[in-house]
Design a protein around this ligand. Sequence first.
Ligand code: AMP
Length: 249
Amino acid sequence: MKVLVPVKRVIDYNVKVRVKADQSDVDLANVKMAMNPFDEIAVEQAVQMKEAGTAEEIVLVSIGPEKAQDQIRQGLAMGGDRGILVHTDDEVEPLAVAKILQKIVEEESPEIVLLGKQAIDDDCNQTGQMLGALLGWPQGTFASDVAKEGDKLHVTREVDGGLQTVALNLPAIVTTDLRLNEPRYASLPNIMKAKKKPIDKKTPADYGVDTALRLTKVKVTEPPKREAGIKVESVAELVDKLKNEAGVI
Ligand code: AMP
C-alpha cells in the first residue's frame, strides 16, 4: 500500500508571530520555518504503518518555495521514501493545493492520503476535505487513531462527548489530530541517509493548475495585548467585579 503525505512549510510554532507594519500580512522575513506540526503527525503515522507492514511506500509532497525541500527532507529522515516538490514562490490557497494533490494522486495511485487537519499558518482546515470531494474518496478527519481492519481503514475521531470510529473503504483521505501520535525525532544517520533519497521537482503548471488567489486579505492584525491581573481581597469583591466590571455573570 502506498501512502501520500502532503507536508507544508509553515512558520515554526515556537515563533512569536509579527504582523507587517502595513497590516497586509504576517511578516516572514528572517523567521524560522518548520514542517506543519499536524503534518509531522501524518508522517509519523505513515512511518508506523510502514513499520507494521501495512504500508510499503511513503511519498511526501510539498507545494511551496525551493526551501520547502527542507521539510520534505525532514519527512524522508523520519522514514519517508521519496519526495515531490511542487515549486512555487506564490501563496497557494487550499483549493489550488487540493487540485495539485488530485493530479498527483491520479499519477501515483496511493491508497491513503494522510494530511494534517490544518496548517497552523492559515488555519484553513480545508485541503483534506476539498481533496476528498475532488477525488470522490471517503474521508476520516481529525483522526486520533488509525487501524487497517481487513480491507477497511478504521479511523477514530474525537467528537463532542466522546470518540467516533468510522470504517472507510480504500482509497481514502485521513486528516490527523494532535493526539494521534508523538512524532519521532530523526536520528543523525537517518538525516544523512535522507540526503540521498530522491525529490522530484515539479511546478503547478506541470499539473495544469492555476494557483491565482481567489481571496483578498483585507487586513491582518495582532491579537489585543493581555492586561495584568489583579488580586481581590474577598469572594464578595470577586463576585462584584465579575458582575459589574467584567459583566460575565
Ligand atoms: P489547510 O487546509 O491549509 O489548513 O491544510 C491542511 C493540510 O493540507 C496540511 O496539514 C497539509 O497536510 C496539507 N497542505 C496544505 N497546504 C499545503 C502545501 N502548500 N503543501 C503541502 N501540503 C499542504
